[in-house]
Design a protein around this ligand. Structure first.
Ligand code: CDP
Length: 236
C-alpha cells in the first residue's frame, strides 16, 4: 500500500490517503492535548504505544464480532484502516463517575454507576463537544436513526468485552469514548481505543492509568500507558 498525501491532521493523529480509495493510513503522533486543545505537549513514545495498544484492542473486538476499521499495523506509529465516512458523534459509556459527569451533576468521583450511563456528544472543539441526544442527531441529520441504534448497541457490547479484558488485568474501565463511521453502508468502529480516550484505574489502589495523568498534571503519563498495555498483553 503506497502512502500518499496528508488528508487531515487531528490533535493526536494524522490521516494519509493511499493508492486504494478504500483505505487510509492513520499516523499516531506524540502530540497530547487536553481541554479541547488548550493544553498541548509532546510525550515521547506516545504515538507508538497508542498505535500498538489500539491495534491490540481493535483486533480483540473484531474477533468478538465488533466491526472495526482496523486492517493492519504498518509501522511503529502507523496503521492501515478502512476509509470511512465518520459520524460527528462521540459515544460515551460510564461505569464509574468521573470527569464531566461529576462536573455537570455534582456527583462524587468514584461512585459506581449501575446501570452504566450512555451519553452522546457532538464532535466539535469550537463548541467544546456539547452533550446531545437522539433528537439533535436526527433533526440535524448527523446520523440516521438506524445508525444511532447500531452505534449504541455496539458501544454497549464493547463495554461488556472491555470491562472483562481490563478486569482480568486488575483494572477498572471507568469510562470511554467511541467514534463510528460508515463503510460500504455498514456502521463500523473507527478512531482509536487507547488510554487517551478512556479512564482506567488500578483495581486495588485506584491509581489513574490514563489521560487524567496528563490532564491533572500527575506525571508518569507514558509509563502508565505502557503499564496498561503490558498488563493486557500488548507487545511494545
Ligand atoms: O474528559 P472530560 O472529563 O472532559 O470528559 P468526559 O465526558 O468525562 O469523558 C468521558 C470519557 O470520554 C473519558 O474517558 C474521556 O477520556 C473520553 N473523551 C474523549 O476521548 N474525547 C473527548 N473529546 C471527550 C471525552
Amino acid at each position: 500500500m503506497e502512502k500518499r498525501q496528508e488528508l487531515y491532521a487531528g490533535k493526536a493523529k494524522s490521516v494519509y490517503s493511499t493508492d486504494d480509495d478504500d483505505f487510509v493510513i492513520l499516523c499516531f503522533r506524540d502530540d497530547t492535548s487536553a481541554f479541547d486543545g488548550e493544553k498541548m505537549e509532546q510525550l515521547s513514545r506516545k504515538g507508538e504505544v497508542n498505535n500498538k495498544f489500539n491495534a491490540y484492542i481493535m483486533e480483540y473486538l473484531e474477533k468478538a464480532g465488533i466491526p472495526t476499521h482496523f486492517e493492519s499495523l504498518l509501522s511503529a506509529n502507523e496503521a492501515l484502516v478502512k476509509n470511512m465516512d465518520m459520524m460527528p458523534i462521540e459515544c460515551v459509556i460510564r461505569n464509574v463517575a468521573s470527569g464531566s459527569l461529576c462536573r455537570r451533576l455534582g456527583v462524587k468521583e468514584g461512585q459506581e454507576l449501575s446501570p452504566a450511563i450512555f451519553e452522546f456528544f457532538l464532535k466539535d472543539d469550537a463548541l467544546h463537544d456539547p452533550m446531545i441526544n437522539e433528537y439533535h442527531i436526527e433533526t440535524f441529520s448527523w446520523a440516521s436513526k438506524e445508525n444511532v441504534i447500531t452505534m449504541k448497541e455496539l458501544t454497549f457490547k464493547v463495554n461488556i468485552l472491555l470491562k472483562d479484558l481490563f478486569s482480568e488485568a486488575g483494572m477498572i474501565l471507568v469510562d470511554y469514548k467511541l467514534e463510528f463511521g460508515v463503510f460500504k453502508g455498514k456502521v463500523v468502529l473507527g478512531d482509536e481505543f487507547s488510554p487517551d480516550g478512556c479512564r482506567l484505574w488500578d483495581e486495588k489502589t485506584r491509581k489513574k492509568l490514563d489521560k487524567d495523568r496528563f490532564r491533572q498534571g500527575l506525571g508518569g503519563v507514558i509509563e502508565a500507558y505502557e503499564e496498561v498495555a503490558l498488563r493486557i498483553g500488548v507487545t511494545l
